[in-house]
Ligand binder design. Structure first.
Ligand SMILES: *Cc1c(COP(=O)(O)O)cnc(C)c1O
Length: 421
């Protein structure tokens, strides 16, 4: 029997999605508003406001067309505009920083700490003081990112943010349902970003949401997301808005997904625990884990680092071929490349492991390349300590998610062992 290909993180339906979509058609709500949008927002509010052993919070949620749109509107609502600076975790996917540039502002990158892989609070404070010294102005926002679901050190980040009075926009796109000290990520800062892209913890095929502090801020975000219209019998515009609201069809998928969200998270954690057990004795391959119990990761993706001294089959041929097409689920058009190399790339043994696993029917991926190492951000200020660059060279993501069975994890670890010389 042929093995199925094991993908990094595949969307998994609950079976309820079609009921909500059908209802939208039956009631003729095939538009970017409606009962599913309201219902999905209510479900999300209940989910993010839940606290272990404490009274629920009262945060509000706006459903949007993408997580990227949520980042964009959060920045806008924090008053980010041309000439401003925003402090962004460098070790992230580009959607954390690109919207800063949409507003004519400059992302200033902050490197990570070694244990969480997320924004280093000490470096953050250094960056704030240095930017004030150099520009005479405070950065307009701080954007920490829950990379692969791992909580950032939010208690320290909030302390520093309060000291300098700078709003925090939590990018919890990968950290849906992760908790710090029992509280769901995205509910600590002024805003919290969620994503429901096809490969995230739950999906709406494409979509996102912004967690807001109160009703007033929710209304303001909703207004910006629906072209900023004034109340007249005709179109009257006094500000620039965006078409960022979630459609009622996508929200129907989201409502179905919310019935299995807890199950998905539990499964990701289960897969992580199984990797831990099976990789325990594999020398040179280290599973990335939460540094302490307060960091309650959803383990959206399971990640490992590979000792530079470990030898992997085929490493002499790694990078021999130019890769066709880009990494990532969104597909679309990518630029063809002439050279197989860039200025900073994963070690040969990491690339050889990726190729080995790929040939065995297993999708894996290098860690996200830090933004301060991306050519498009070559001129941006960056406060670095070598952590994210170091991790990018040695790390990789392994399959997780509801479709990955215990047997799959055993097979993946077997193949990892097989690849090691
Ligand atoms: C996926 C993601 C986003 C936003 O994603 P969309 O694809 O626009 O929904 C933002 N930040 C990070 C870190 C992400 O991984």
């Amino acid at each position: 029997m042929e093995r199925k290909r094991i993908l990094l993180c595949l969307a998994h339906m609950s079976g309820r999605e079609m009921d909500y979509i059908k209802e939208a058609f039956d009631t003729n709500w095939v538009v970017p508003l409606g009962p599913n949008v309201n219902g999905f927002e209510a479900d999300l509010e209940a989910f993010v406001n839940n606290r272990e052993g404490a009274e629920p919070l009262e945060r509000k949620v706006v459903a949007l067309s993408a997580g990227t749109a949520a980042v964009h509107l959060a920045l806008l609502a924090c008053g980010v505009g041309p000439g401003d600076e925003v402090l962004v975790q460098s070790f992230t996917f580009c959607a954390s920083s690109h919207p800063v540039t949409y507003l004519g502002a400059t992302p200033v990158f902050v490197d990570s700490e070694a244990d969480t892989w997320n924004m280093d609070p000490e470096l953050l404070e250094e960056a704030i003081m240095d930017r004030i010294g150099k520009t005479g102005r405070k950065p307009k926002a701080i954007v920490p990112v829950a990379l692969y679901g791992m909580p950032y050190r939010i208690d320290r980040i909030m302390e520093i943010a309060a000291k300098y009075d700078i709003p925090v926009i939590e990018d919890a796109a990968e950290g849906f349902g992760s908790r710090y000290n029992g509280q769901v990520l995205g509910t600590f800062g002024k805003f919290g970003v969620l994503s429901f892209n096809g490969n995230k913890m739950i999906t709406t095929s494409g979509g996102g949401a912004l967690i807001c502090s109160d009703d007033e801020s929710k209304n303001r975000i909703m207004w910006y997301a629906t072209q900023a219209r004034e109340s007249y019998p005709y179109y009257q515009h006094e500000a620039i808005g965006y078409n960022y609201r979630m459609s009622n069809i996508c929200a129907g998928i989201g409502r179905g997904q919310m019935t299995v969200a807890d199950g998905h998270i539990a499964h990701h954690r289960h897969v992580q625990a199984l990797y831990k057990e099976l990789l325990k004795d594999v020398k040179g391959v280290t599973l990335h884990e939460a540094p302490a119990e307060v960091f309650d990761s959803n383990y959206w993706l399971c990640t490992v680092t590979i000792d530079p001294l470990l030898h992997v089959r085929g490493e002499e041929k790694a990078y021999a071929e130019v890769v066709k097409g880009a990494v990532g689920g969104a597909a679309g058009v990518t630029h063809a490349t002439e050279s197989a190399h860039t200025a900073l790339e994963p070690n040969r043994n990491v690339e050889a492991m990726r190729i080995w696993l790929n040939d065995a029917g297993i999708e894996s991926r290098p860690l996200w390349k830090p933004m301060h190492c991306q050519p498009v951000y070559a001129k941006n200020p960056a406060y670095t300590n070598g952590v994210s660059e170091g991790l990018f060279k040695v790390g990789m993501c392994l399959p997780a998610g509801p479709y990955v069975t215990d047997d799959d994890v055993r097979y993946i670890v077997e193949q990892i062992k097989e690849a090691i010389i």
